[in-house]
Design a protein around this ligand. Structure first.
Ligand SMILES: NC(=O)c1ccc[n+]([C@@H]2O[C@H](COP(=O)([O-])OP(=O)(O)OC[C@H]3O[C@@H](n4cnc5c(N)ncnc54)[C@H](O)[C@@H]3O)[C@@H](O)[C@H]2O)c1
Length: 255
């Protein structure tokens, strides 16, 4: 079950904490993988490690800035040349930032939306047509508990993720007849560099508010992505799935 043999995946933000775990999980199931990122050296490191482990599959590290349409089209073209046209697209590029709306500049607001919302749109827009033509595809986007529950000082981040939720629910209906599924993973707190911005004490307080009693492991997100990418997940589309250890955001603990 869950074999991805013969499939090709493209990840944005593929050199990040969750990106590399998902690249590894997709590779383990047999996929060839293009790891795209704003940090091309880090993306190439991930690709090289996987190529050593899975010599029969193709891997490439590719430079891509998801906020820049010409960079996305060039990155998709380079990835397609290196590993093949993607059947699976994972839009995981992202940044975190804590900033109250009362102190937020318009530039900060726009930048957050550009990476998360525009970046997800551009990654999808420039990869979906070949999937539709082949009659098979998997689109995996990234939302967050910030969108589902709200997090103080992350209104811009939550707004971007909320936009992605709407995109996923609507776009999934457009391509469902073409064998393309579209879902979002909306993690709670996962061990990754994204959470390095947490002020002292916040991580401990957040862990206390997770019933499972810990942050999630990146490999747990990798396993979910591999399942969503599989043939077995063909009936699952338009969903926002939240692996979060039972977390319910609690203002007093989190802030
Ligand atoms: N880690 C968590 O706890 C958590 C929780 C909820 C949602 N998420 C979401 O999961 C996704 C992955 O997060 P992560 O934990 O791997 O974060 P991360 O910071 O470890 O990785 C993010 C990656 O995105 C890349 N990136 C940033 N800006 C980019 C741009 N303009 N173009 C291309 N790449 C860019 C970075 O270089 C980095 O490699 C993000 O969308 C994040 O919002 C993460």
């Amino acid at each position: 079950m869950f074999s991805l043999e013969g499939r090709t995946a493209l990840l944005t933000g593929g050199a990040g904490g969750l990106g590399r775990a998902m690249a590894a999980a997709l590779a383990q199931q047999g996929a060839s993988v293009a790891i795209t990122d704003l940090r091309p050296e880090a993306a190439t490191d991930v690709a090289d490690e996987l190529a050593e482990q899975y010599p029969a599959q193709a891997f490439a590290g590719v430079s891509m800035d998801v906020t820049d349409e010409s960079s996305v089209t060039a990155g998709v073209a380079e990835a397609t040349k290196a590993v093949g046209s993607p059947d699976i697209v994972v839009a995981a590029a992202g940044i975190g930032e804590l900033q109250p709306i009362a102190e937020m500049s318009f530039r900060q607001w726009r930048h957050m939306l550009a990476i998360h919302l525009d970046g997800t749109f551009l990654a999808i827009r420039h990869t979906v047509n070949p999937m539709i033509e082949r009659g098979w595809g998997r689109v995996i986007c990234f939302s967050s508990v910030a969108s589902l529950q709200g997090v103080a000082r992350q209104a811009h981040y939550a707004a971007g993720k909320g936009g992605i939720d709407g995109l996923v629910r609507s776009f999934s209906r457009e391509v469902a007849p073409n064998g393309v599924t579209v879902n979002a993973i909306a993690p709670g707190y996962i061990e990754s560099p994204l959470n390095d911005l947490a002020p002292p004490g916040r991580i401990e307080a957040l862990i206390e508010s997770v019933p499972v009693g810990r942050f999630g492991y990146p490999s747990e997100i990798g396993a979910l992505a591999a399942y969503l990418a599989s043939d077995e997940a063909a009936y699952l589309t338009g969903q926002i799935i939240s692996p979060n250890g039972g977390f319910r955001y609690c203002h007093q603990l989190g802030d």
